[in-house]
Ligand binder design. Structure first.
Ligand SMILES: [Zn+2]
Ligand SMILES: [Zn+2]
Length: 399
């Protein structure tokens, strides 16, 4: 009898703890830095839905409500933040912080930016040069927003795989944030994961995030930092080759199911690409990007090391003092200079003409980890989400 009782007790305890655990991760808070790289001294918020509580000063000495449809313009002046409501009320105290919470949807307008729709808590503060915004949302809300923005698929099994990937990534970032010095855990760019508020949220992503609640990818019981990219161009590269880091779950392999048929990402617009650039523009790019603007310091460049998949690992920039940099760093700079849709990956060949260079390439992104178009392709080939995750992150388990 006691044996039976203790067995029941153990079962109930197990159920209770797993119920608690199920809540833990997806309900945890994430602090997202909104446009942390940009400097601005004015902004405007409008309540799209709900009554927003506006607290001035941080310790909530002064408060006001922003009703649905009303807006509030804020400005950074020498003494701090000031605000003017569309109702005519002015708050000229020069506050250290302004915190908005309690409403449902807030439209945020930053000069020279598309408006961003936000939920959760919005904290507005400043440093020497600019207003700084931090948006606190739950892990669940974060996954739904970021995936709705980056996922190109409507396949439920591919999306489920992506939910688990994104949750693992945010859990990893929360534990190992690169933004320790900042007031936020994640930035809103590709560096962490692209985040553009909740204006793009898709119902299906929300449902599937709930269906995969709390599930993450582990390698030997340890959380991984899952990498992903738009299109591999038929061949996945290893993290070792591209980033010089030992991540055994990021292996080089063909993006083919059972090693045959057409590539899983063959239907991607980034599978094949080409672009013709002026030679003078390439020389300007080299000097401006790698010599701090000095005129034509570099006379050319060439691939130094190429991995087994044809992806350029390192690059030599020629000049009086030659420079060797990683292909990834070279690519980041190319995207900044020529735009994100110019040279889509470092897997390309070049044809030199008299005045121009034709780049012919495959894939979009760094080619390491999960291929977003490939995951969509695998789901279309009837693969389940666990198969998709095992395919791109070999040796991992979903827990
Ligand atoms: Zn970041
Ligand atoms: Zn692929």
């Amino acid at each position: 009898m006691t044996k039976l009782l203790s067995k029941w007790f153990f079962l109930v305890l197990l159920l209770l703890t797993s119920a608690l655990n199920a809540q833990v991760l997806d309900q945890q808070n994430v602090k997202v830095g909104i446009c942390p790289q940009d400097d601005f001294t004015t902004l405007r918020v409008q309540s799209f839905s709900g009554n927003w509580k506006v607290e001035f000063g941080g310790a909530s000495q002064t408060r006001e409500f922003l009703a649905e449809g009303e807006d509030n313009s804020m400005m950074l002046v020498p003494k701090g933040l000031v605000a003017r409501f569309s109702t005519g009320k002015d708050f000229n105290g020069g506050y250290k912080k302004i915190i908005l919470s309690g409403g449902e949807l807030l439209n945020l307008e930053i000069p020279d930016h598309q408006p961003i729709l936000l939920q959760g808590i919005i904290e507005i503060a400043y440093d020497e040069t600019s207003i700084r915004i931090v948006n606190t949302v739950t892990v669940h809300q974060y996954i739904v927003s970021t995936l709705s923005k980056i996922a190109i698929t409507n396949e439920p099994e591919a999306l489920k795989a992506l939910c688990i990937m994104a949750r693992t990534r945010i859990a990893w970032v929360l534990a190992n944030t690169a933004h320790k010095e900042e007031a936020y855990n994640v930035c809103d760019s590709e560096h962490c994961m692209e985040f553009d508020g909740c204006g793009f949220n898709r119902e299906l992503v929300d449902i599937l995030t709930n269906m995969t609640t709390n599930k993450v990818l582990k390698y030997h019981d340890k959380l991984i930092m899952p990498r992903f990219h738009d299109t591999c161009g038929g061949k996945i590269s290893s993290a070792k080759d591209i980033f010089s880091v030992d991540e055994p779950y990021h292996q080089a392999k063909p993006d083919l199911l059972d090693g045959k048929g057409s590539e899983n990402c063959f239907h991607s617009p980034g599978f094949h690409w080409s672009i013709e650039l002026q030679k003078v523009d390439v020389l300007d790019f080299l000097s401006l990007s790698f010599a701090g603007g000095a005129e034509r310091v570099y006379t050319g460049w060439e691939p130094e090391k190429i991995d087994s998949n044809g992806r350029i690992q390192t690059v030599t920039i020629r000049g009086r003092v030659p420079k060797i940099i990683s292909g990834n760093e070279f690519h980041e700079n190319l995207k900044v200079y020529f735009g994100p849709n110019s040279i889509k990956s470092m897997k390309f060949t070049m044809e030199l003409l008299r005045r121009t260079v034709i780049f012919r390439g495959m894939g979009d992104g760094d080619g390491v980890g999960l291929c977003l178009y490939g995951a969509d392709g695998l789901a279309k080939k009837s693969q389940k989400h666990l198969d998709i995750l095992k395919f791109y992150y070999p040796g991992t388990d979903v827990k």
